[in-house]
Design a protein around this ligand. Structure first.
Ligand code: SF4
Ligand code: SF4
Length: 441
């Protein structure tokens, strides 16, 4: 039986076609620029200096605070600068730039061995030491997600292989080409938190990945594949949990509040690499597609420059309009291409000028479609009215903070109302208000 969730939309599958059958290939550039604030939480503190020689996998940024994780050199070579540089954050971000010597000289690694026999108490510290955060785009530190309280019980670990975003096929290719590592990582997480069930959720538009993952699950304790209906945003945490378990994440709560933890399949593979090989997170698979001459799924070192990546893909096929990290529904628009990729960069999507054009809003015709597709059950039309009137209190009462900014309402709206953009601003205002000491909830 195919599982699904309430609401959702059906973006065209055609955006995935240029890359879905392209095997992952490596690209390594001559310089990497590694930012210190790649994960949710305080930026890491650089612990190398200009002129230092670093080995591949060496810690170059120490974790800071509760949510901190280390940052590692993704190439071996010479540190050419340690300085704040313009990034996606408002303020410049501290970056370590390394000139690659192409020797790939690894730091001494300390593998823990087989995920089925390793002491479970060692797994979460190893995940932290490997600098692993959510690789599906969220960048939340994985060791924190897995550090559940003694009174909490985890019934399901859900490995998210839905990849419902438009354009992206990186997880699809990973499931085809590295299926055993994903199951290894899932099993490690299950053992770390004492969870009996692991379920890999995959949409039914990836039959080859379903077959590969089912094969990889054979003979492994407590793991299975759940086929999901292809519908956006099936890969959202709440939607994945609803589809597979029938449970609802409590309003304002976390998945563990309903006995679930969701981990992206790429994160699972990184966890397996950390335990089995002792390797920290220094590379990831990224789909590069849209208006580039040779779309690709590339294994990239963290910190590779987008301009270099576009060059590796043959350059732009036409004059670019906008470039996104991630897909068209939730992607982050880049100010320019001279920026490095981070641990969570699952896609680089280049839109043409025509595709990037923002349509003028028409008046709302009160068709109600936005409410029908909202997977959270919100009233986007009413929230938009409140947001347009800058009535933040009303937006709060309409639960705008529960909005996941999935974009389904904007996608379906026949009047092309800028719903999601308005909700993002409203959420930012409420968060800023809460920071100043007002009630953010
Ligand atoms: S989908 Fe658009 S036009 Fe229809 S009710 Fe919602 S905002 Fe109005
Ligand atoms: S963007 Fe927010 S309001 Fe719109 S459909 Fe998604 S969750 Fe609902």
């Amino acid at each position: 039986m195919k599982a699904t969730f309430h609401g959702g939309v059906h973006p065209a599958h055609s955006s995935k076609r240029p890359t879905q059958s392209l095997a992952i290939r490596d690209f390594v550039s001559d310089t990497v620029q590694i930012v210190m604030n790649m994960n949710i939480g305080a930026p890491s503190a650089p612990c190398v200096q200009k002129g230092d020689h670093v080995k591949l996998g060496q810690v170059i940024g120490e974790p800071v605070g509760f949510l901190g994780i280390p940052v590692h050199a993704s190439v071996s070579g010479e540190v050419v600068s340690v300085e704040p540089l313009p990034y996606l954050s408002e303020a410049p971000a501290m970056c370590v730039t390394i000139r690659n010597d192409f020797k790939d000289e690894w730091v001494e690694l300390h593998p823990l061995g087989n995920v089925e026999t390793v002491d479970p108490a060692l797994i979460i510290p190893a995940i932290k030491n490997a600098g692993i955060c959510g690789m599906g785009g969220a960048s939340f530190p994985t060791h924190v997600k897995l550090s559940i309280k003694p009174e909490q019980k985890c019934d399901y670990i859900l490995a998210n292989g839905a990849e419902c975003e438009t354009h992206l096929t990186a997880d699809h290719r990973l499931m085809l080409e590295n299926s055993t590592r994903i199951v290894d990582g899932l099993r490690a997480v299950m053992r770390a938190v004492g969870c009996p069930q692991g379920v890999i959720g995959i949409e039914d538009n990836k039959p080859d990945a379903i077959e590969a993952m089912e094969k990889a699950c054979q003979g492994r304790e407590g793991v299975r594949v759940q086929v999901l209906k292809t519908k956006y945003p099936q890969g959202g945490e709440k939607q994945l949990i609803e589809a597979i378990t029938g449970r609802q994440v409590p309003t304002g709560g976390l998945p563990i509040g309903c006995g679930c933890i969701v981990v992206n399949v790429g994160t699972c593979a990184a966890i397996a690499d950390a335990l089995i090989d002792g390797k920290p997170l220094v590379e990831r698979i990224t789909t590069v597609t849209g208006a580039v001459r040779n779309p690709a799924n590339l294994r990239l070192r963290i910190g590779t420059n987008v301009d270099d990546i576009i060059g590796e893909c043959g350059g732009y096929s036409v004059e670019p309009g906008k470039i996104f990290f991630g897909g068209a529904m939730t992607g982050l628009c880049l100010p320019h291409a001279n920026l490095p990729i981070a641990k969570s960069t699952n896609g680089i999507v280049v839109m043409t000028r025509e595709q990037a054009k923002t349509d003028e809003e028409d008046p709302c015709i009160r068709c109600g479609k936005c409410g029908e597709v909202c997977p959270i059950g919100l009233k986007p039309l009413k929230i938009k009215l409140a947001a347009d009137a800058d009535n933040i209190e009303a937006a709060k009462k309409l639960h705008v903070m529960d909005c996941t900014l999935c974009g389904s309402c904007s996608f379906i709206c026949p009047a092309r109302r800028h719903l999601t953009a308005a909700f993002k601003v409203a959420k930012q205002k409420i968060a800023a208000q809460a920071k100043k000491g007002g009630s953010g909830k």
